[in-house]
Design a protein around this ligand. Structure first.
Ligand code: ZN
Length: 112
């Protein structure tokens, strides 16, 4: 049975896959400098809040697979993630420990 951390990581990897599509569309429509409404990549699978990130901010964030963007207040416990960067509009978090391992595994398994 998957651990709680694994389940949370799986949600976030799924949101990441959706955001990759949003990014592709933004690139196609050349929406360069304005913030784009990416989906909050928090652990709540029912969350549909939008995180306003420019393409540049998004690209920079996803360089590391263990980094995710969430709306302020949607950070998980410090056991599974650390805050990297905070603005009034969004919070960048980085998975740590078991959750980071779970993210890596999901990526290498090609599920993302
Ligand atoms: Zn959220």
């Amino acid at each position: 049975m998957p651990s709680v951390e694994e389940r949370l990581a799986k949600n976030e990897v799924m949101f990441r896959a959706i955001n990759e599509r949003i990014r592709d569309l933004a690139v196609r429509f050349n929406a360069a400098d304005e913030p784009i409404g990416f989906i909050c990549e928090c652990a709540d699978e029912t969350c549909v809040e939008k995180v306003p990130l420019t393409l540049e901010q998004y690209e920079e964030m996803r360089v590391l697979p263990a980094r995710f963007a969430v709306v302020p207040g949607h950070e998980a416990t410090p056991l599974v993630e650390r805050i990297v960067f905070r603005t009034p509009e969004f919070v960048l978090v980085r998975k740590v420990g078991i959750a980071a391992d779970a993210v890596r595994r999901l990526y290498s398994a090609g599920e993302a």
